[in-house]
Structure formats: C-alpha cells, structure tokens
Design a protein around this ligand. Structure first.
Ligand code: HSE
Length: 306
C-alpha cells in the first residue's frame, strides 16, 4: 500500500495479440499509448475524451476507463468516490485489433488502484482486467509490457514476460466495422489434434524468434491453424493486403488480435513504412480505406506517471 491520491496520470500501451499461433496466450506491447488523467473532484463520474473515439465514447460511468477504475473500488470494498473526473487521450485506434479496450481497462484499473493507495498488486489487476476484457492476452501485455505469455491455471493467470530486442512492425488498420466478440463467435469450439500440434510447436518458436531477433525463423513459424483462416474471410481485402506485405519485404505477417488490422514484422525500421503503405494500398484497391502505421514493440507496460 501507499498513500491514497487525489489525482494521477496513467499511460497504457496498444498491444497485438496471438502473433499467429499463440491464440489467447501471446501478446506484445506496442509503442503507442493511451493516457488517462484521474482526479477526485466534483460529483458523479465525468469522462472527457480527445483523439480516437472523441464524441463517440461515453462520457459517464459507462466509459470503459471509468468502469475499470470503479471495479477496483468494488474489489476492495470501498464506496465509489463522490466525484471522479477522467481525461482520456486516446491514440490506439478503436475496434482495430490493437488492444484499444485492453488499454482502456488497464489504464482504468491502474488509475483506480493508484487513487486508493495501491491496495492491489499487478497479478490481481491482471485477473480483473481479463474478467472485464473476456480474454487475457492483450491485457497481460498491456500491464507487463514486452512479449508476455499468459496461461490460465485454475482460477489464476500465470504470466511470463520476455524482453525482445528492437522489433519493428508495419500495420494496416482498415476502416471496417468489426467486433472481437463477433470474430470470436465465428471460431470452432473444437479443433483436431493435428491442428493443435501444428500451433503448439510453432508458439515456442515464435517466442524464440522474437527473443533473438531471428526474422528468418519468424517467417517460417508465424503460422496458425486455429483462427486466422476463419477470420481472414471476415476481412475484405485482407488476403490481398497480406500478400502485398509479403511481396514488399515483410518477414512475417499475422492478423493483429482478432483483426481487422494486419501486422507485419520487418527487420529494419525503414522497411516498416514501405510495408505498411503496401498493405494499406492493397486494402484500398479492394475498396477498403486503411491507415498505414509503423510502430515498434515496447518493453514497458502500463505505468503511473510520476
Ligand atoms: N486472443 C484474442 C482473440 C485477441 O484472438 O480473440 C483479441 O484481440
């Protein structure tokens, strides 16, 4: 525990989950940050949003950052504060497969925890975050940073964070209405032993390739038989953009989280822009406007700013 606070500032990163074969168990923090400023003042809950989702995201206690902050109060048996003001600067594109809801949840949980004097440790915050999000991989990477592996163990979540050297990523974020719930609902509930084995062997190799910066290995093993084929069918232009990334020099390509963004790994920072533009142009050629983005991985997870 520390002293309760009247105000605090938290930042939480974007994340990309699955990384090909690691469905629901691998997440990578990205160097793109949402920021939330919390203050105990006024009456009721008021949330102001600038950036992505401004004018669209709720301004009251139904806002995800606020819900997460208040979840900590409920968890420790504290009455909600009389007044809570939250100013959010949202940089992670919404509904894009870049962990925007996880970033919001983690920012809210860290903010609520900080206002209360840090009654909860990060492992408990992770469990609350996964409960709010519905799956643990994005929230784990958002909380712990780097390449985070997460597994369910009875009622608990077990994580291990692997630091990765400089990793550059090219993304295309298509403007498509998309929901993770719908993308999850389209997946089979059972898979064959053959497909499970296909993914199982590749997961540690993806981790090892990222840990050692071995992009040749990454290109050979970032492949999946559990979710990507189903999901690619839900992303108009996705197949074309995937092939454009490969042609323009990407070492490996995957659907970011549940999509619709595609994420490509490149070995040099300078290649990220080229590959991102090639993917965005391929989407556009299929009638789907898409934003190109070049990002790097972040070894840091969410933090309370001093
Ligand atoms: N593992 C989750 C899924 C990530 O694939 O549904 C969602 O971002």
């Amino acid at each position: 525990m520390s002293e309760p606070r009247q105000r605090c500032v938290v930042r939480a990163p974007a994340t990309t989950a699955n990384l090909g074969p690691g469905f629901d168990c691998l997440g990578l923090a990205l160097d793109l940050w949402n920021e939330a400023r919390f203050a105990l003042e006024g009456e009721g809950v008021a949330v102001a949003v600038t950036g992505e989702g401004a004018g669209y995201l709720p301004a009251d206690e139904s806002n995800l950052v606020a819900r997460a902050a208040l979840r900590v109060y409920a968890e420790v048996g504290e009455a909600p504060p009389t007044g809570l003001r939250i100013e959010c600067t949202v940089r992670v594109p919404l509904s894009s497969g870049l962990g925007s809801s996880s970033s919001a949840i983690v920012a809210g949980l860290l903010g609520g925890n900080e206002l209360l004097g840090r009654p909860l440790g990060r492992d408990r915050l992770l469990e609350l975050a996964a409960g709010l999000e519905g799956h643990p991989d994005n929230v784990a990477a958002a909380l712990f940073g780097g390449l985070t592996i997460v597994v369910q163990k009875s009622e608990r979540l077990l994580t291990k964070t692997i630091l990765v050297p400089e990793v550059y990523l090219a993304l295309a974020v298509p403007e498509l209405p998309f929901s993770t719930d719908a993308a999850r609902a389209g997946l089979p509930t059972e898979v064959t032993m053959r497909d499970a084995v296909f993914n199982m062997g590749r997961i540690p190799l993806v981790v090892e390739a990222l840990r050692t910066g071995d992009f040749e290995l990454l290109g050979q093993v970032m492949d999946d038989r559990l979710h990507q084929a189903n999901r690619l069918r839900l992303i108009p232009g996705g197949r074309t953009a995937w092939e454009a990334a490969q042609r323009s020099g990407a070492a490996a390509v995957a659907i970011s989280g549940s999509g619709p963004s595609l994420i490509a790994f490149v070995s040099l920072a300078a290649e990220a822009g080229v590959v991102a533009r090639a993917m965005a142009e391929a989407f556009a050629a299929e009638g789907v406007p898409a934003r190109p983005l070049g990002l790097s991985a972040s070894s840091a997870g969410a933090t309370v700013l001093p």
